[in-house]
Design a protein around this ligand. Structure first.
Ligand code: NAI
Ligand code: MG
Length: 463
């Protein structure tokens, strides 16, 4: 867990938001106190009743207007994300556009949230997808806008109210989205953003009996704790807890494409899908290491507001210390890129070759631009190494042999695999983890269903 000492001043209940590229405080935001969370929940309960009673087409229309508000402010939202999260401006524009797309996609599901008619004797049997009620969405700092919308858009579309707690370090874009929702005409209280710390504001959402589902993305430690707390109320829960994803490169692959460092340096490696375990077939290990080293050295690290930049800073001083802690002097370095000196939370892209494939840096989520390179012999060996972590979120397989690609993609115990590609997240395909990477699925055609309870109703027709 990050120590929040450098982002909060608990004595005043204020969150200091810093520009990670400079370390400067750019905004101060009041943290939501437990009694304010309770008031927000009460308002959400009221708003949700009216929202669920609206005609489906009307809910869809309001969500499309919300999407249009976001679309009109892509540049503004992106600039805010560059400043509060250090995201490169190209990524930040994509992220704001992703919010728009998620809202549009969810809006398209409102009138399609159909139940079933099931044959029974003596009557009619129908199922309904009822909204759950008030949903708490607890968001991390690595993708503040997309992850907020992954939870909020389908939850709202399915007829729920949403209380969203952004991460301590990145509340600004979420607060702006809440304003845009109101400007679009969403009812007061339906979508509220409650900035604050995890242990106070977040924990109150988890404990509150009128919050009927929690969607959490963040660390395994906090996710496990929240799961235990939800158990007391049998509260619905979706967890997305990160990964240590393999990039499996066979000798017959297009090695140059497989060696794209963006697979682990995009967003400065603060990506739950980052391919940070690079597994390479032994006969091409040296050639691949050379290609990777050249590519890593040419990653442009610097001012995230400059469109020519590939990688910006880490989010905070705490995250920088965490990443530094994994890269110990005994680990052989395969490649290292550059990083600016001076203020800000900078770390260079780094590839290590630990002698022990079970070293902490090789099996734990570092959440920085750090990958390990490990050799394998054959398919079975690659699968064994790919699955040798408690995680199972994503992974890539590189080979020109189609049958092997299918065997490997089916074989790896992870939720999101890509073949001859490093991409894994699209808002219209399902996303989530095996093993300790999470619980449940987000996005994709079933996204709305995860925010409903199935109700079965039997209607007798006999006189
Ligand atoms: P974290 O799990 O502490 O924070 C994630 C969110 O949970 C934040 O909004 C935080 O305020 C909230 N939270 C924290 N404690 C809580 C509690 N007791 N009750 C309710 N909400 C709570 O993650 P942190 O400390 O920022 O990052 C540490 C590591 O976690 C990272 O280095 C990375 O490995 C992993 N992580 C994974 C993410 C993913 O995408 N799966 C996202 C962020 C972090
Ligand atoms: Mg933490």
């Amino acid at each position: 867990m990050t120590d929040t000492a450098d982002v909060t001043r608990p004595e005043t209940g204020q969150l200091d938001v810093r520009n990670p590229a400079t370390g400067e405080v750019i905004a101060t935001v009041a943290a939501t106190r437990p009694e304010e969370v309770d008031a927000a929940v009460a308002a959400a309960v009221r708003a949700q009743r009216g929202w669920a009673a609206l005609a489906p087409g009307e809910r869809a229309r309001l969500l499309r207007r919300f999407a249009a508000e976001v679309d009109g402010r892509i540049e503004e939202l992106a600039a805010l994300e560059v400043r509060e999260a250090g995201h490169t401006v190209g990524n930040a524009r994509w992220e704001a556009g992703n919010v728009r797309d998620l809202l549009e996609y969810a809006a398209g599901g409102v009138e399609r949230l159909s139940g079933r008619q099931i044959p029974v004797a003596g009557g009619l049997d129908l199922t309904f997808h009822e909204p759950i009620g008030v949903v708490g969405v607890i968001v991390p700092w690595n993708f503040p806008m997309p992850i907020a919308a992954w939870g909020a858009a389908p939850a709202l579309a399915a007829g729920n109210a949403v209380l969203l707690k952004p991460a301590e370090t990145t509340p600004l874009t979420a607060l702006r989205l809440a304003e845009l929702a109101l400007a679009a005409g969403l009812p007061e209280g339906l979508f509220q953003v409650l900035p604050g710390t995890g242990p106070v504001t977040g924990a109150r959402l988890v404990e509150h009996p009128d919050v009927r589902k929690i969607v959490f993305t963040g660390s395994g430690a906090v996710g496990r704790r929240i799961m235990g707390q939800c158990a007391r109320q049998v509260k619905r829960l979706t967890l997305e807890l990160g990964g240590k994803s393999p990039n499996i490169v066979f000798a017959d692959a297009d090695l140059a494409r497989a060696a794209d460092p963006l697979a682990f340096v995009d967003n400065a490696g603060q990506d739950c899908c980052a391919r940070t375990r690079i597994l390479v077939q032994r006969e091409v290990y040296d050639r691949f290491a050379e290609l990777l080293a050249r590519a890593v050295e040419s990653v442009v690290v610097g001012d995230p507001a400059d469109p020519a930049t590939t990688m910006g800073p880490l989010i905070s001083a705490a995250q920088l210390r965490r990443v530094q802690g994994y890269v110990t002097d005994d680990l052989p370095v395969v490649a290292r890129g550059g990083a600016p000196q001076g203020p800000g939370f900078w770390y260079p892209p780094t590839v290590l070759a630990p002698a022990d494939p079970a070293a902490p840096v090789a099996v734990e989520e570092v959440f920085g631009p750090v990958a390990v390179l490990l050799p394998f012999t054959d398919e079975a060996d690659a699968l064994r190494l790919a699955d040798a972590t408690p995680y199972g979120l994503s992974g890539s397989v590189w080979t020109r042999d189609l049958s092997r690609a299918v065997r490997m993609a089916r074989g790896v115990a992870a939720g999101n695999l890509s073949v001859n590609s490093h991409s894994s997240v699209r808002y219209w395909t399902p996303f989530g983890g095996f093993k300790q990477s999470g619980l449940g699925r987000e996005l994709g055609p079933d996204a709305l269903a995860a925010f409903t309870e199935t109700k079965n109703v039997f209607i007798a027709t006999e006189e």
